[in-house]
Design a protein around this ligand. Structure first.
Ligand code: PLP
Length: 346
């Protein structure tokens, strides 16, 4: 996490020197209407503002087409991700996930004492759902990240239907849709509507550009949400709530940003292809490149140019994850990446 260097005791002020393509953030930040809403609400910062809290949950539930008792707001999707692992895994109920994938749920499951079944992705980089279901008939939680982080690849509706249709009774399926708006993947929301053992996670940290403002949701049957609630709740920042509400009311936000990020990503892919670099085609705001040497070597070389790319995963040590930045940032990426790749491997 190159950002760790941004704030230290000796440099307390926040500084964004350099280009950060390492944390799947959105360089566009909050939308114009969200910014205005944040500014306008600041004088009320001394309030917990329950009407805002309930109003936001109502608006989100309506947009998702579920009753309001099927949604719970959190300060991002990290809290419900952790609570899901704590609630549904244990020393006798395992955690099943893809590999590589986003590891936060796995880490919480380890704290719960759960056995981890990290199932390699399929050849097309979707989740290998048959192998995941087979991994443990007594799984507590099956985690599917769709689109997946770090690959940006999707798992189809049919594959998710398979997991829900074939999992053991009592196993909960956690579908992390942090990046869904960036792709054409189908949400698992119909399974929630049908009363299945499914929890969906959504966040405002990605397409909505609010990672530092904070808002996210868990969507599930009320009894599943109640179990998460026993592990903790999120007192919500009023800035996060009002910005989320403004974002949800803006019909242009998602399609405009989806197209902008896709265009930048596809231009980067065309350049990688033209230069014979090997990468995994992604539908999201991150993608992986096989640098054919230990990934940290390329990452360290590029950091010297002030271009901070993402890390490697243990399963694929020669791949690095790159977040799609602004078009100008991806130009800087190209220059620095080529220079690093032209440097003989250490
Ligand atoms: N889920 C996935 C797949 C992520 O990549 C991230 C953050 O990068 C999160 C959840 C947590 O994000 P947040 O807590 O900001 O919503």
């Amino acid at each position: 996490f190159a950002h760790a260097a941004r704030g230290t005791a000796s440099v307390p002020e926040f500084s964004m020197n350099g280009i950060y393509l390492d944390a799947n953030e959105n360089p566009l930040g909050p939308s114009d209407s969200a910014r205005k809403a944040i500014t306008d609400i600041i004088p009320n910062g001394g309030r917990y503002a329950p009407p805002l809290y309930f109003g936001l949950m109502k608006m989100f539930a309506e947009q998702m087409g579920v009753p309001v008792d099927h949604v719970m707001v959190y300060d991002g999707s990290s809290p419900p991700l952790h609570y899901s692992s704590l609630a549904f895994t244990s020393s006798t109920r395992s955690f099943v996930c893809g590999n590589p994938t986003y590891e936060a749920g796995q880490r919480a499951a380890e704290i719960a004492g759960a056995k981890i079944h990290a199932v390699p992705l399929a050849k097309d980089y979707s989740h290998d759902v048959a192998a995941m279901v087979k991994a443990d008939p007594n799984a507590g939680l099956i985690y599917i990240c769709n689109p997946n982080n770090p690959t940006g690849t999707t798992t189809t509706k049919e594959q998710i239907d398979y997991v829900i249709g074939n999992k053991a009774a009592g196993t909960v399926v956690l579908v992390d849709e942090a990046y869904i708006h960036l792709s054409d993947a189908t949400s698992a929301i119909d399974h929630v509507k049908a009363g299945k053992d499914v929890i969906i996670l959504r966040t405002f940290s990605k397409i909505y550009g609010m990672a530092g403002i904070r808002c996210g949701f868990a969507i599930a049957r009320p009894d599943l949400l109640k179990k998460l609630g026993t592990y903790g709740q999120s007192p919500m920042p009023i800035t996060g709530m009002i910005a989320a509400q403004a974002s949800l009311m803006d019909p242009e936000l998602v399609p405009t940003r989806k197209k902008l990020i896709a265009d930048t990503r596809n231009n980067t892919f065309a350049w990688l292809k033209a230069n014979n670099y090997s990468f995994i085609p992604s539908e999201s705001n991150c993608f992986m490149i096989d640098v054919k040497r230990p990934g940290p070597q390329i990452r360290a070389l590029m950091a010297k140019d002030g271009v901070h790319i993402g890390r490697s995963w243990a399963a694929w040590p020669t791949y690095v994850r790159v977040t799609v930045g602004l078009p100008s940032e991806m130009q800087a990426f190209q220059t620095s990446f080529k220079k690093a790749m032209d440097t003989p491997a250490a």
